[in-house]
Design a protein around this ligand. Structure first.
Ligand code: SLL
Length: 249
């Protein structure tokens, strides 16, 4: 018997979609405090789920539930349409639970992520950032994988996808296929990063380069350690021989 319409999965297909989740927090200037903010609150912050480089993700992501610390009134916030974000003020850091609900066509269960809200600078330039009262961004690049998507969802995911480049010189190369118009649905991230978006093919390349360099360094260190180990083993064997010889005599 054929499966009822809209309940069949596209076999052997995996489709992924990149997104970003995280937070941005700004210290409240004591000399310029908005009157509406409670005296104990030291920061204004937003926690969000969004597309890479402002890409629309609402064709696969229906809504997001943000669960805040219980010190907040109505700590569970359901955001039903983009931008998927919650803006608040507060004094403390905590773990935010993000529950991602997919569009009904996906027929997928909601997925839970956790984000540690960061209010205070961290990392090598923490002191400088604090002095400059910089906004603290803590965010992650993530990819969601739809394994064997439902047929109607597959259509949604792939409609308006960029076509691989054709014509002179392109020969359907990766480079050509990544050129897409704004608003097209795809898993491609931009070629270059911008002030707003650090996630690009260029960043990926430089990360890969960094990893390769680090692997070379590790190889050198491993070789050096092996050499030291060999020397020590030789010395140990020599000591043992000497000890054996002096006992025998
Ligand atoms: C801590 N883990 O124990 C943290 C808790 C609580 C954050 C952080 C204020 C809420 C409000 C707020 O920032 N809560 O006043 O509505 O330190």
């Amino acid at each position: 018997m054929p499966a009822p319409a809209g309940t069949k999965r596209v076999k052997g297909v995996q489709i992924y979609r990149p997104f970003v989740y995280g937070s941005i927090a700004k210290p409240i200037d004591p000399n310029n405090r908005p009157a509406s903010i409670t005296a104990e609150h030291t920061h204004l912050w937003s926690v969000y789920v969004r597309g890479v480089d402002g890409e629309d993700i609402s064709y696969w992501l229906k809504k997001v539930q943000f669960k805040l610390h219980e010190t907040y009134a109505n700590s569970s916030r359901m955001i039903e349409s983009p931008p998927f974000e919650v803006t608040e003020s507060g004094w403390g850091e905590f773990e935010v639970q993000l529950k991602l609900y997919f569009v009904p066509e996906a027929n997928e269960k909601a997925q839970t992520l956790w984000h540690a809200l960061k209010l205070h600078p961290y990392g090598p330039d923490a002191e400088g950032q604090k002095e400059r009262r910089e906004a603290i961004i803590s965010q992650n690049y993530e990819e969601i994988i739809f394994n064997e998507p439902m047929e109607p969802f597959y259509d949604i995911l792939t409609s308006g996808a960029p076509q691989p480049g054709r014509g002179k010189g392109s020969k359907g190369s990766k480079q050509a296929s990544t050129i897409k118009k704004q608003g097209e649905r795809s898993a491609e991230i931009p070629q270059d990063n911008s002030r707003e978006n650090p996630y690009s093919l260029k960043t990926e390349d430089s990360e890969l380069l960094r990893l390769r360099e680090a692997m070379k360094t590790v190889d050198v260190l491993v070789k050096r350690e092996r050499g030291t180990l060999r020397e020590k083993e030789e010395r140990l064997a020599a000591f043992k021989r000497e000890a054996g010889a002096s006992q025998a005599s």
